[in-house]
Design a protein around this ligand. Structure first.
Ligand SMILES: Cc1cc2nc3c(=O)[nH]c(=O)nc-3n(C[C@H](O)[C@H](O)[C@H](O)COP(=O)(O)OP(=O)(O)OC[C@H]3O[C@@H](n4cnc5c(N)ncnc54)[C@H](O)[C@@H]3O)c2cc1C
Length: 377
């Protein structure tokens, strides 16, 4: 007979949603036994490692704004308290246009915006509100809130939780008011886990988990592609016209920044951004969003035929030297936005799903809020 492993908190899924929830549960209730189960063999397989890491403070929903404001502060504190021993070890968790620079950033970007204007490109700072110019043609936005080093943060979190993460494929989930019984296949063996509290954090697959115990949850997975490009010239030279100079009321910024800001291009039909990674490389995205199957990570967009024509129109004329890699990831949505809460019918069931396009911006704070609910339940 298969022995059941008993835990206090069982989390299905180890993307940013599952890991943040586990991290904060462990912090708030250190004696709790917590296990995360994931079908993926490596953390690089899930969306939390496949994204562009753009950090956005501005969202329509006030709960998202709150989480987006808390997330970078929590990261900064946690990196210091938990993972770093000396202040000088602090990795820069934001690229140069991140929140740490936000106050000066708007000023520093003013000349850039003027240059763009002379090129006939409309611009708007992508600041604390939804962009207003969406209906106009050829607007170019420069987000003032930054790009998060999401893969660094994701890896840091993964390493700190590695001993709690187990690979397995869930077969059945049976509920009882006293707890949950989950059967899974792990390395060819059947395992049974019994948990007092269950957290569903399985991203695009949350619908199928919900169905296992008769719950209907419409999670819509949408596929998005990223292209890792290498240029012969420096990325900065692509934007050399947009040199950022000293501004009257801002701090001195007399030279062109080494790494230009993330740049968005928007018109009626297309939206795109370029996120510099280093002097010669950048991630490019045309903000595609295709409804898809919850496990479909095949690349179905081509740089040459689909993406480059959009970029070439205005953003940067020279074609990249090489496309080093391209990949797709899933962003999952439910109608009312991210679902981080206790289930209405089961007091021991919690949802951490549907982070949509915002997972890296809000996931760490949302996980903490959920952990508070879990440990006090
Ligand atoms: C191309 C792209 C660009 C993006 N850019 C940004 C950005 O710039 N800024 C931003 O904030 N967000 C961005 N996002 C969104 C962000 O990546 C997601 O919101 C976030 O990663 C979702 O995290 P998650 O934990 O909910 O899901 P995931 O990271 O997908 O984690 C879910 C986990 O559940 C596991 N799982 C699935 N089925 C099972 C099962 N049966 N049993 C156990 N485990 C299971 C999966 O293997 C996976 O590890 C982007 C996404 C993509 C694809």
């Amino acid at each position: 007979m298969t022995m059941a492993h008993k835990v206090d908190i069982l989390i299905l899924g180890s993307g940013i949603a599952g890991m943040s929830t586990a991290f904060w549960c462990q912090n708030l209730a250190p004696s709790s036994k917590i296990t995360l189960i994931d079908t993926a063999h490596s953390h690089e397989d899930h969306s939390s490692h496949r994204n562009a890491g753009i950090y956005r403070q501005s969202e329509a929903n006030s709960r998202l704004v709150k989480w987006a404001n808390q997330t970078p502060k929590l990261w900064a504190t946690v990196l210091h308290e938990k993972f770093l021993h000396k202040a000088q070890d602090t990795p820069q968790i934001f690229d140069h246009c991140g929140v740490l620079y936000q106050a000066e950033h708007l000023n520093a970007l003013a000349p850039l915006a003027q240059n763009l204007n002379t090129l006939g490109v409309e611009y708007q700072f992508f600041d604390n509100a939804k962009p207003q110019t969406k209906s106009r043609e050829h607007a170019l936005w420069v987000p003032s809130d930054g790009t998060l080093q999401s893969s660094l943060l994701n890896r840091t979190l993964f390493r700190s939780l590695e001993s709690m993460i187990h690979q397995g494929d869930i077969e059945t989930v049976e509920g009882a008011d006293e707890g949950w019984r989950v059967t899974l296949q792990s390395r060819g063996r059947t395992k049974i886990m019994k948990a007092r509290r269950l957290v569903i954090a399985s991203g695009s697959l949350a619908s199928s988990h919900a169905a296992k115990f008769g719950h209907k949850l419409e999670v819509q997975p949408r596929k998005r592609h990223l292209f890792h490009l290498k240029f012969n010239c420096t990325i900065a030279s692509l934007f050399s016209k947009y040199e950022i100079r000293h501004t009257r009321d801002g701090p001195a910024r007399s030279t062109a920044q080494e790494r230009p800001p993330v740049v968005w291009r928007v018109d009626h039909n297309a939206e795109a951004y370029l996120r510099p990674l280093n002097q010669h490389e950048a991630l490019a995205c045309v903000c595609d969003s295709q409804d898809t199957h919850p496990t479909d990570l095949t690349t179905s967009l081509s740089w040459q035929h689909d993406a480059y024509p959009i970029f070439a129109q205005r953003l940067f004329p020279p074609p990249p030297h090489r496309v080093l890699r391209s990949w797709a990831g899933l962003r999952s949505f439910v109608e009312k936005g991210p679902l981080f809460s206790c289930d209405e019918n089961h007091p021991n069931l919690f949802w951490a799903v549907a982070l949509g396009g915002h997972g890296m911006s809000i996931g760490f704070a949302a996980g903490r809020e959920l952990a508070e609910q879990i440990v006090s339940s």
